[in-house]
Design a protein around this ligand. Structure first.
Ligand SMILES: Cc1cc2nc3c(=O)[nH]c(=O)nc-3n(C[C@H](O)[C@H](O)[C@H](O)COP(=O)(O)OP(=O)(O)OC[C@H]3O[C@@H](n4cnc5c(N)ncnc54)[C@H](O)[C@@H]3O)c2cc1C
Length: 497
C-alpha cells in the first residue's frame, strides 16, 4: 500500500495470539474473526485504492462488550478502528495491521419510536434506509439521505456527518441527531444530548457528529423523524451554459426559495446517466438541474411556476415539470445512478468531495476543465448544487502505471481550488486518509492544535482510528504548520512518520 500509515507496533503484533484469546473471552461465539481469509472482507472500505487487513475483527453485540473491548485495548495500548458498513469514500474505516477492527454491524435494532415527540432511538449498525422503512407505515421518514443509504449505517452517518439530496432543506446528519450514547477509549459509557432540540451543557453531540471515529464509539443514536410532505414536485431544467445553471441556482436561493433538493450534472454526467437508465434527459445541454419542491400541493404548484420563470430568465433551453410520480422518479433515477453510470466510462473513477460558495461554480468548473486537460484525465461532475457540494468523478485506469497517482494529484488540486475560492475540503464524505494531508491548506497551526487538543481530551493515548483526519506531522512541519519550542515537539503522544 503506497499510503503511509502509523508504523505497526511490533509489541502488539508479537502478542497477537494472547490478544485474540482475550477478545474471544469478552465477545464469545462468532464475535471474533482472526483467520487471514476472513479478514480480507474487512481490508478496505469505499476508498478501494487502499487496502490492508486488520490484525483482528471484533463484532460485539452489547454496549458492555464494546466497553470491555475498548477498556482492554486501552489497558494494553492497542489501536482500534471503528467500522459500520465500510462505505466511507475517504478511507475512514481503513484498517491498520496492528489494530482491532471494531465492527458495529450487529448493533442493528430500532430500539424505540416516539411519534408524538418525533424521535427514533436506533442502534448504530441500522442502515440509513431502515430508519425510514421502520417509520414509513405511520407516514414518517428520516430526512438525511446519502446515495449509499441502502447500505451505510447510522453510526457511520454520525461519524461522517453524512448528507444527501434532501439536506439542502432538512439539514445534514448533525441537524437530525438529538442524542448519542458513546463509549470512550477507556471503556467509559457517556450519554450526550437529549430527546429534544436543545440539551443542557456544551454541545458535545455536535462535537461528536463528524468526528470520524476518532473521539469515541457510537452505540446508540436518537434521530429526528419527520412527517412525509403532502406533495413532491420535480423540475428538469437544461442550460446551454454552466454559467446559466449556476446563476439559476443562486437566483432560486436568493429569491428565498429553499427546494427540498437542487442537483446539477454536467454534460459527461448527463450523457452517462441517460445511456445507463434512460431517464429522458436532454442531451443537447451543458448542464442539467433537477429541482424538487415538497410541501402542501398549492405551495409546490406556485413555486414550480416561480422557479420556471427564474430558469427562463437565466437562459434555460428546456424546462419540464414531472407530469406524475413515475416521471418524478425517472428524473431522480438518472441522478441516483450517476455514479455507476460514470463507472461505465472508464475502468476506475475517483469520487472527490469539496464545497464551494454557490456563486463560484462556473469559475470552478472552468478551472476544473483546464486541470482535466493538464492531467490528461476526464472528469464528470455531479453535485448538490443547492449547498455548493461538488462531487467531481475523475476517470482513470488503475492498471496504467502512474494513473492512480495522477488522479489523486488532480483531486488534490480540485480541493485546493475549493479552499482558494472560499470553500472547504469536504462536504459530506469526511477527511479520513484521503484528505488528511490537505488539512494545512485549510487550517492554520492554531486551528489544528486546538483540534488535536480536543482529540487528546477524549483519547489521550491516540488509540482510536489513528492515521485518519490529521495530517502526518512531518508534512505539517514542511508546510510550517508545526512550531517546535525549546526542542519539544507538541503532542509527543501522536505517532510520527
Ligand atoms: C456509492 C456510494 C455513494 C455514497 N453517497 C454518499 C452521499 O450521498 N452522501 C454522503 O454523505 N456519503 C455518501 N457516501 C459515503 C458513505 O456512504 C458515508 O460516509 C457513510 O456515512 C458511511 O457509513 P458506513 O456505515 O459505511 O461507515 P464506515 O465506512 O464503516 O465508516 C465511516 C467512518 O465512520 C466511523 N464509524 C463507523 N461506525 C462508527 C461508530 N459506531 N462509532 C464511531 N465511529 C464509527 C469509522 O471509523 C469511519 O471513520 C457514499 C458511498 C458510496 C460507496
Amino acid at each position: 500500500m503506497s499510503l503511509v500509515m502509523p508504523a505497526p507496533d511490533s509489541r502488539v503484533l508479537d502478542r497477537r495470539a494472547a490478544i485474540v484469546a482475550a477478545l474471544c473471552a469478552i465477545v464469545p461465539g462468532e464475535g471474533v474473526i482472526d483467520e487471514p481469509r476472513r479478514l480480507k472482507v474487512y481490508e478496505s472500505d469505499g476508498l478501494t485504492a487502499y487496502r490492508q487487513p486488520p490484525m483482528v475483527v471484533v463484532l460485539p453485540e452489547t454496549v458492555e462488550q464494546v466497553s470491555a473491548v475498548l477498556a482492554y485495548c486501552h489497558a494494553h495500548g492497542i489501536r482500534v478502528v471503528p467500522r459500520g458498513a465500510g462505505t466511507s469514500l475517504s478511507g475512514g474505516a481503513l484498517p491498520l495491521v496492528d489494530a482491532v477492527l471494531l465492527g458495529m454491524a450487529k448493533f442493528n435494532r430500532i430500539l424505540s419510536v416516539d411519534y408524538a415527540d418525533r424521535v427514533a432511538v436506533v442502534q448504530p449498525g441500522v442502515t440509513n434506509l431502515a430508519v425510514t422503512e421502520a417509520v414509513s407505515p405511520r407516514g414518517f421518514y428520516y430526512a438525511p439521505d446519502p446515495s449509499s443509504q441502502i447500505a451505510c449505517t447510522i453510526g457511520g452517518n454520525v461519524a461522517e456527518n453524512s448528507g444527501g439530496v434532501h439536506c439542502l432543506k432538512y439539514g445534514l446528519t448533525t441537524n437530525n441527531v438529538l442524542a448519542l450514547q458513546v463509549v470512550l477509549i477507556d471503556g467509559t459509557v457517556l450519554r450526550l444530548g437529549g430527546g429534544h432540540l436543545d440539551a443542557a451543557g456544551l454541545d458535545l453531540v455536535g462535537l461528536m457528529v463528524g468526528s470520524e471515529g476518532l473521539l469515541g464509539v457510537v452505540t446508540e443514536v436518537t434521530v429526528r423523524i419527520l412527517p412525509r410532505p403532502e406533495t413532491a414536485r420535480a423540475l428538469l431544467i437544461g442550460f446551454a451554459t454552466v454559467e446559466g445553471a449556476g446563476q439559476c441556482v443562486a437566483d432560486v436561493i436568493g429569491a428565498g426559495i429553499v427546494p427540498a433538493g437542487m442537483e446539477m450534472m454536467d454534460r459527461p454526467a448527463i450523457h452517462a446517466a441517460e445511456a445507463f437508465v434512460h431517464a429522458g434527459y436532454p442531451l443537447d445541454v451543458e448542464a442539467l438541474l433537477i429541482v424538487e419542491l415538497d410541501g402542501p400541493a398549492a405551495e409546490c404548484d406556485h413555486l414550480v411556476g416561480e422557479i420556471a420563470a427564474i430558469a427562463t430568465r437565466n437562459g434555460a433551453t428546456t424546462c419540464r415539470a414531472a407530469a406524475d410520480e413515475a416521471e418524478r422518479m425517472r428524473f431522480w433515477a438518472g441522478r441516483k445512478a450517476a455514479f455507476p453510470a460514470v463507472g461505465r466510462l472508464a475502468p476506475d473513477y475517483y469520487c472527490m468531495d469539496g464545497t464551494i460558495p454557490r456563486r463560484r461554480l462556473p469559475e470552478v468548473l472552468a478551472r476544473m476543465r483546464v486541470l482535466s486537460e493538464d492531467y490528461g484525465l476526464g472528469v464528470a461532475n455531479v453535485f448538490h448544487a443547492g449547498d455548493g457540494n461538488l462531487h467531481p468523478l475523475i476517470l482513470y485506469d488503475a492498471n496504467r502505471p502512474g494513473e492512480l497517482a495522477r488522479a489523486e494529484a488532480f483531486g488534490a488540486d480540485i480541493l485546493r481550488l475549493c479552499v482558494e475560492v472560499g470553500g472547504v475540503l469536504t462536504g459530506e464524505h469526511g477527511v479520513g486518509v484521503e484528505k488528511r494531508e490537505l488539512m494545512p491548506v485549510m487550517f492554520a497551526a492554531a486551528d489544528l492544535d486546538q483540534q488535536l487538543r480536543v482529540k487528546a481530551a477524549f483519547d489521550p493515548p491516540s488509540l482510536l482510528n489513528p492515521g485518519k483526519m490529521f495530517p502526518l506531522l512531518h508534512r505539517c512541519a514542511e508546510q510550517g504548520r508545526v512550531h517546535i519550542h525549546g526542542g519539544a515537539l507538541p503532542h509527543p503522544d501522536l505517532p510520527r512518520f
